[in-house]
Design a protein around this ligand. Structure first.
Ligand code: DGT
Ligand code: CA
Ligand code: CA
Ligand code: ZN
Length: 586
């Protein structure tokens, strides 16, 4: 196990101990230990070998022993035993927003609650509100939280869905006789959450692909199987559908199974208006008796989906835009703009290091950016009010700025580092650092992390954010609504006013590419771009692997209809440097 994984285990041990009512000192020792390990700059393996891990402040004897075991074996019997001893229902309750170990302990002790179902019951009966430290509002929030979990539980984050789907696509490609493979459905359209995975294969003989799909190691249960289609439930709970068709039908089927349903309905009526019938089987004359069946006598040979669009008088429509909005009308009028592509990105601005709540050092982040071939990497650790994320004091921030300047001068890395901050937006729209401090940075990402009870007060939240967009030192707005997909709604805020304020003040808006955020939502980006607001795709990386989230950011930007020119971090270093100076000088 590596440092970050071990830190996570320690963190979880702390939480589990808390759930068992263990004394607070012991609990804190694990949380502190996780923190100390994360902040450790030297190589963990070397420390273990030299037997000097105990010299790290915050790591006592018991922790050193456990870290060593985890490092060497990847396992820890103590952890496994502890995990088995805690009611799984209690652990599950941690997933309800607003419920921490202390509250869960109280619910368990006072009301005998040990599952989400019992918790919902206790809330509905009004028993929770009466407990000390709870109250009506908390009870209501818990109930909403449980309901949201149920509603969200059936869908998955795009990133998780892709992790499950990618090996299936690769596996299918290797099957003998398979001529084409694609993922389809919402996954291909780049929707932020995914119901089930859809796969399409072209092969004359469907059997080998069908057999592999239903017996591959990730499968928990085969839920449906015919001659050319199969459905399975994967071990992580996701559902997946496969359809196998002959090559001549592949692009018709791909278009159909990519959807969306609304897009398909519009495409079909467009075909009908031309006396044609479009289906997953082909594009036939409307009155052809073979229409809508496997023997469809297609009027065109489709060698790509574009051939289908062309026959219906349309310019090509990329999958991300096929939501049945206005894409067909637009593709009728002329070619759609060339959407941004992954290779267009040259860097990103919202990234954390272990100076705040990231897991990697500044140097590790820079090395990872070098590996990605980026021209620049912006460091934006948390500001002082985000104390739970170890936000930086003025002194620590300025020390980091100096370190960044020195690293740039040393030419140790190819990537140019920009010194920034993810500065908290305080209750009334003030920033978390004085102007004199902000003036020493290359840029400022301003984000709301504390709702101060304004989560439902749209006017107050909007005013607060508009005010920050008027602040001379602000460069861009971070995660505009604070939503956490499948977990928590964003705060109520008037997006149109935010966009107008950004436009009026020459500020940028971030497209936060973290799989749980994807905030600002893709549905607003055309509106923002039309008003001249520049988008910045930011991974909000908390470790080196997190930098890769930009890939999803690009997909969502495409879904929002953005071209390369509308995304700031596609610009070369010199242009970016100049633009940041200009914003800072305003
Ligand atoms: P999901 O799985 O809920 O995230 O969303 P999709 O879009 O992947 O939907 P899914 O898996 O039910 O079906 C895949 C595609 O198949 C869908 O986007 C369009 C097509 N499709 C499915 N059912 C229908 C239908 O009743 N009518 C039409 N026109 N197309 C359909
Ligand atoms: Ca699907
Ligand atoms: Ca499906
Ligand atoms: Zn943030």
């Amino acid at each position: 196990m590596d440092k970050a994984e071990i830190a996570e285990v320690l963190e979880e041990i702390g939480t589990l101990l808390e759930l068992t009512g263990e004394n607070p000192f012991k609990v804190r020792a694990y949380h502190n230990g996780a923190r100390a390990l994360t902040a450790l700059e030297d190589d963990l393996g070397a420390r273990i070998k030299a037997d000097t891990l105990g010299e790290v402040p915050g790591l006592g004897e018991a922790l050193v022993e456990k870290i060593t075991t985890l490092y060497n074996t990847g396992k820890l019997p103590y952890y496994d035993k502890l995990k088995a001893s805690v009611e799984p229902g209690l652990v599950e309750m941690l997933g309800v927003p607003g419920l921490g170990p202390k509250k869960i302990m109280a619910l368990h002790k006072e009301l005998g609650v040990d599952s989400l179902a019992k918790l919902a019951e206790a809330c509905a009966a009004g028993k929770v509100a009466g407990l000390p430290g709870f109250g009506e509002k908390t009870q209501e929030n818990i109930l909403t939280g449980i309901k949201n979990r149920e509603a969200y539980g059936r869908r998955h984050l795009w990133w998780d869905a892709w992790q499950a789907a990618a090996p299936i696509v690769e596996g299918l490609k290797k099957i003998k006789g398979v001529e084409r493979v694609s993922h389809a459905g919402s996954l291909r359209r780049g929707l932020e959450t995914i119901g089930d995975l859809d796969f399409l294969v072209a092969a004359e003989d469907p059997d080998p692909a069908m057999k592999w799909f239903t017996t591959q190691p990730g499968v928990a249960e085969v839920t449906g199987r015919g001659g050319t289609k199969a459905s399975v439930r994967l071990k992580d709970g996701m559902q997946a559908d496969l359809r196998v068709v002959p090559l001549k039908q592949f692009y018709f089927a791909l278009h159909h199974f990519t959807g969306s349903k609304d897009h398909n309905v519009k495409m079909r009526s467009r075909a009908l208006a031309r006396d044609l019938s479009l289906s997953e089987w082909g594009l036939t004359k409307k009155d052809d008796p073979t229409a809508g069946g496997p023997g469809a006598k297609s009027v065109i040979t489709a060698r790509s989906e574009d051939d289908i669009f062309e026959k219906l008088g349309l310019h090509p429509i990329p999958p991300e835009l096929r939501e049945g909005l206005d894409e067909i009308e637009r593709a009728e009028k002329g070619p759609l703009p060339r959407l941004i592509e992954e290779g267009d990105l040259r860097g990103a601005f919202h990234n954390h290091t272990n100076a705040s709540d990231g897991h990697a050092t500044l140097e590790e982040m820079a090395a990872a950016a070098d590996e990605l071939g980026w021209e620049y990497l912006g460091i934006a650790d948390h500001s002082k009010s985000s104390f739970q994320a170890h936000g930086l004091s003025e002194e620590r921030l300025l020390a980091q700025v100096e370190k960044i300047r020195a690293l740039n001068a040393s030419k140790k890395f190819r990537v140019h580092l920009f010194a920034g901050t993810e500065c908290d937006i305080l209750k009334d729209g003030q920033l978390d650092y004085e102007d004199s401090v902000l003036a020493q940075l290359d840029y400022v990402v301003a984000s709301v992390h504390n709702r101060y009870g304004q989560g439902e007060d749209e006017a107050a939240m909007t005013k607060r954010m508009v005010r920050v967009l008027e602040h001379p030192h602000v460069t861009m707005l971070g995660h505009a609504t604070g939503r956490l997909l499948l977990q928590r709604e964003g705060y109520a805020v008037n997006i149109a006013k935010i966009i107008a304020a950004a436009a009026a003040n020459g500020k940028m808006i971030e497209l936060n590419a973290q799989p749980q955020r994807l905030d600002l939502d893709w549905r607003y980006w055309r509106q923002a771009a039309d008003k001249g607001v520049m988008c910045v795709i930011n991974p909000d990386a908390h470790d080196t692997a997190g930098l890769r989230y930009v890939r999803l950011g690009v997909l969502i930007a495409r879904k929002g209809g953005l071209a390369k020119e509308q995304v700031f971090n596609t610009r070369p270093l010199a242009a970016v440097t100049k633009a940041l100076k200009k914003i800072a000088a305003k």
